[in-house]
Design a protein around this ligand. Structure first.
Ligand code: GN1
Ligand code: MG
Length: 368
């Protein structure tokens, strides 16, 4: 990989390189926080290289990001909002006038403005945080509700196709290429126990819910909060924007908001749903988006959440069985621990699904 100092020169920014550090907690792409000295002021940027093992056509991601951010910026302008470069991501052009640079090893790089006076969190601690973050994701989707779907690329095929995810998992179990199957017998039983989720998925698929522009990685740490107001400020990590059903984004929010610990927590007894946080999430989300969705979407939000959490458990377990080729890990069994964590969360969600459904129904009937 070429040096960050050299890469940064390929973009239309002024000043001298001061420093760069690894940034964020993404599992796939490399992200750096780069500081430049511009006429005596230190200015920060976010530099990202796109993982081309995961994203086969990086250019499509860049096109999606440019189009979507421009669309949102115009909506914000129309709403007479100010401070736009803190409310939507801004990509910087390379010296060729593209919004990316390709290095000698065929890695694609993008440069973005760093958003000052903002922060992200890895776990939700308060109902206000859940409400504000959900509202920010809802607003993001509301701004894109009339975006032409045919203009949005499918950057990873079958990303949320549960049938495909199950197939990949079965291949990993049957081939057992790393001889890890014997150590996951308990988890295999758990995956079988939840096979009813696949039936729900097929049933939902047959309903042909509307395709919308979805973010596909609505984790709590992908929404920046404003340091002054603590309100949702900007949705980030736009690599996985694709056409999809809204349930996927709602499900990923539930996955990462409702539990007091992250997907990396090893002590699974700590992994359980907090209904009051779920309530705040639904209020924040539907308060902003209810009018833009159809009833069938809203009434299936809980089922959609179970599907996404099941999918994520399958993905982590599959990657563990395949020898950790997809998600970055910091220690040997991390993907197995993540799979156990997601299965614990799924157990808790399934246990409380009736209460969750009542919360959605009540809010659906009351939010104006
Ligand atoms: C990956 O790299 P990151 O953390 O933004 C993954 C998501 C998963 C997530 C689990 C392209 O996102 O789908 O939900 O890890 N992204 C891709 O934390 O596979
Ligand atoms: Mg992501």
């Amino acid at each position: 990989m070429q040096k960050v100092q050299d890469i940064i020169k390929k973009f239309r920014v002024y000043g001298d390189f001061v420093s760069s550090t690894s940034f964020g907690s993404g599992h796939i792409n490399e992200t750096f926080l780069v500081t430049l000295n511009q006429a005596g002021i230190k200015v920060k940027y976010i530099l990202r290289s796109i993982n081309n093992f995961v994203f086969k056509e990086p250019i499509l991601i860049i096109e999606n990001t440019v189009n979507v951010t421009e669309y949102i910026r115009n909506k914000l302008l129309f709403e007479n909002e100010s401070d736009l470069s803190r409310k939507v991501l801004t990509l910087i052009q390379s010296t060729n006038g593209d919004y990316f640079f390709v290095d000698s090893e065929n890695n694609y790089w993008c440069l973005l403005l760093y958003i000052e006076k903002s922060y992200s969190i890895n776990e939700v601690q308060t109902e206000v945080q859940a409400f504000e973050a959900a509202k920010a994701y809802a607003r993001f989707q509301k701004h894109l509700i009339d975006f032409d779907i045919s203009e949005c690329h499918q950057t990873i095929k079958n990303f949320h196709n549960l049938t495909n995810r199950i197939e990949a998992y079965n291949v990993a179990v049957n081939s057992d290429s790393k001889q890890r199957v014997k150590s996951v017998s308990q988890e295999i039983l758990e995956i079988e126990k939840f096979s009813f989720i696949q039936e729900n998925y097929i049933e939902l698929k047959n309903k042909n819910l509307p395709l919308r522009i979805t973010h596909n990685d609505t984790k709590i740490n992908n929404v920046l909060l404003d340091s002054r107001t603590n309100k949702g400020l900007c949705v980030v990590d736009l690599d996985t924007i694709m056409p999809g059903v809204i349930l996927n984004d709602f499900g990923d929010m539930v996955r990462s908001f409702v539990c007091s610990v992250s997907e990396d927590e090893k002590i699974t007894s700590k992994v359980k749903i907090r209904l009051r946080i779920f309530d705040a999430l639904v209020r924040g989300y539907l308060g902003e988006l209810k009018e833009s969705l159809i009833k069938e979407e809203i009434l299936n939000l809980v089922t959609g959440s179970e599907i996404i959490i099941y999918e994520q458990a399958l993905r982590f377990l599959t990657d563990y069985l395949m020898g950790d080729i997809y998600y970055k890990i910091e220690y040997e069994n991390q993907n197995l621990d993540r799979a156990k964590n997601q299965l614990a969360l799924l157990n808790s969600i399934v246990e409380y699904s009736n209460q969750m459904q009542s919360i959605v129904n009540n809010i659906y009937n009351s939010v104006t």
